[in-house]
Design a protein around this ligand. Structure first.
Ligand SMILES: [Zn+2]
Length: 445
C-alpha cells in the first residue's frame, strides 16, 4: 500500500512535509516523493502522523467489565487515532502484581484488542505481604513500568508507605523500569476529607479535600526519594502545573491529561460528576501553565487516564460516592490536535511528541512505535485538519458515555487509523478489524 499525497510528520520536523509512504506487510518500507504502485490510499489534503500512544488506560479487563472491557476500550482508542495503549494493573481482577496474574490477563486481552497494547505491573501494600521483591523480578521482562499509589481507593490495591515506596525504587532501578506514581498525600487528604464531608457533598467540597498542595506534598516526597535512590520516577496524571516547575530532577518525568488542560474547579462546580476525576481539576490559571509546560517539554506527554463507568455509578446522589474517572482514550488525540496544535498552544513537533514519540521512547517501545520511519511498524493516523465535529458521548465506542467534553467542537477529524499496515478504523466504516488483531508489546532498549 502507498499512502499518497499527504503531509507527513517526520521525526523531529518542525512542520508536516509532503511525502508518500510505502507499506509492505506490517512495516514502513519507503518514504519518498511520487512513489508508484497499485494499491494507493489517497491522503490528499490530509495530515499523516505516527499512531497515537495512550500510555495510561484502565480497560478493567478481566474484572470490572461492566465499566469497560478491552474490546470496547481498544475500539474507542482506534477511533481516536490511538494505535497503542498501555493498561494499568490495578483495575483488573486479579491485579497485575505477579506473573501469573499478568498471564491470566493476557489470555483474556489477546482475544479482544483491536490495537496494540502493553501492560504496567503494579506494586501495592499487598505485594509486600505476598511476594516482594520476587513479584517485580518475574514481571520485569513483561511490563513497561510499575504503578504505585500514595493514596488508593481500591481495597484490592492499597497504597504504599514511604518506606515501601523507597524499597520498590531500589528494585526497579536494577531493571531500568520506571515507577509510576499516583501522587496525592494520604495524610492531608484523610483529614481534609473528614472536614469537607461534614460541610457538604458538592464538587467544591471534593476539590477542597484534594487541592494542589496535596499533590505537591506527594510529588516533593517521591521526587526526593527517587533522587536519593537514582531511580526513574514518573508522575501520572499531573494536575498541578506548579509541581513540574518546582521539581526537575533527572529521572523525574510527568504526564498530564486533557481534563487538566481544559477544565478548572469552576467547570467542576458547573459540570459536576461527569468531570469527577482524581486528582480533581485545579484552580484558575493552572491550565495555561500546563499547556506551556507541555509545549516546553517539562511535561513529557499526555495520557487519557481512560476510566469509564456505567451511568448509575456516576449518579449516586453525592460527589463523595460518584465514580471517579471518565472515558478519554477516544478524545485524547483529537483534543490535543484541536485545542493544542490548531490553537497554537503546541508546536507541530511537540504535538507529535506529546501524543506519540515521547511515550514510545520513555517506555522502551520506540524500536517499533512512535515515529514514521523506514523499518518501523506502519502505525499511522490520517487527519482531515479542516473538518469540524462535535463530541457526543452516546456515539463513543467505549462502554462509558459520560464525558465532560460533551458538546465541545473540535477541529480536525480522524479519517483513518492504521495499525501495522491494516486500517483498523475508518471514519465511514467504523472498526474494520476483528477483535484480537492487536498484539502484546514488550520493551527493548
Ligand atoms: Zn489512572
Amino acid at each position: 500500500m502507498i499512502i499518497k499525497g499527504g503531509k507527513v510528520a517526520l521525526p523531529a520536523a518542525d512542520e508536516p512535509v509532503a511525502k508518500d509512504i510505502r507499506i509492505e506487510g506490517e512495516k514502513i518500507v519507503e518514504i519518498g516523493d511520487d512513489l508508484k504502485g497499485n494499491d494507493i490510499l489517497d491522503a490528499s489534503g490530509l495530515l499523516v502522523i505516527p499512531g497515537g500512544i495512550d500510555p495510561h488506560v484502565h480497560f478493567d479487563d478481566p474484572g470490572y467489565t461492566e465499566r469497560e472491557d478491552f474490546y470496547h476500550g481498544s475500539m474507542a482508542a482506534a477511533s481516536g487515532g490511538i494505535t497503542t495503549v498501555i493498561d494499568m494493573p490495578c483495575t483488573s481482577v486479579p491485579p497485575v502484581t505477579n506473573l501469573e496474574n499478568l498471564k491470566r490477563k493476557l489470555d483474556v486481552v489477546r482475544e479482544k484488542s483491536v490495537v496494540d497494547y502493553g501492560f504496567f505491573g503494579g506494586v501495592s501494600a499487598q505485594s509486600f505481604e505476598e511476594g516482594f521483591p520476587h513479584y517485580l523480578e518475574e514481571l520485569s521482562e513483561y511490563v513497561l513500568g510499575f504503578k504505585t499509589y500514595f493514596i488508593s481507593g481500591m481495597p484490592t490495591f492499597e497504597r504504599l508507605e514511604h518506606h515501601q515506596f523507597r524499597e520498590v525504587l531500589k528494585v526497579t532501578r536494577k531493571f531500568d523500569l520506571p515507577v509510576l506514581l499516583h501522587a496525592e498525600d494520604f495524610e492531608f487528604i484523610k483529614r481534609a476529607s473528614e472536614i469537607e464531608k461534614k460541610k457538604g457533598n458538592t464538587p467544591q467540597n471534593y476539590y477542597n479535600s484534594r487541592p494542589e498542595i496535596a499533590e505537591l506534598i506527594a510529588i516533593a516526597t517521591a521526587a526526593i526519594i527517587a533522587q536519593e535512590i537514582d531511580a526513574r520516577l514518573h508522575i501520572v496524571h499531573l494536575g498541578t502545573a506548579k509541581a513540574a516547575e518546582l521539581f526537575n530532577y533527572t529521572n523525574l518525568s510527568f504526564e498530564t491529561a486533557p481534563h487538566y488542560l481544559e477544565f478548572n474547579v469552576e467547570d467542576f462546580i458547573r459540570i459536576g460528576s461527569p468531570l469527577k476525576v482524581t486528582p480533581p481539576v485545579k484552580g484558575k490559571g493552572n491550565r495555561e501553565k500546563l499547556w506551556s509546560l507541555l509545549n516546553d517539554g517539562k511535561i513529557s506527554f499526555v495520557a487519557s487516564d481512560h476510566a469509564p463507568c456505567p451511568e448509575i455509578e456516576k449518579n449516586t446522589g453525592s460527589i463523595w460516592t460518584d465514580y471517579s474517572g471518565i472515558p478519554g482514550t477516544g478524545t485524547l488525540l483529537p483534543y490535543l490536535f484541536s485545542e493544542g496544535y490548531m490553537k497554537g498552544r503546541l508546536s507541530w513537533r511537540r504535538f507529535v511528541e506529546a501524543i506519540s514519540s515521547a511515550a514510545a521512547k520513555y517506555y522502551g517501545l520506540y524500536y517499533r512505535k512512535g515515529s514514521i520511519e523506514v523499518g518501523k511498524d506502519a502505525d499511522l493516523v490520517l487527519i482531515d485538519p479542516q473538518k469540524r465535529w462535535v463530541v457526543e458521548g452516546n456515539k463513543f465506542f467505549s462502554k462509558g458515555k459520560i464525558t465532560p467534553f460533551e458538546g465541545m467542537e473540535f477541529k480536525g477529524r480522524i479519517v483513518k487509523t492504521i495499525v501495522r499496515g491494516r486500517v483498523v478504523y475508518d471514519e465511514k466504516d467504523g472498526i474494520t478489524v476483528e477483535p484480537g488483531y492487536g498484539i502484546f508489546l514488550k520493551r527493548k532498549g
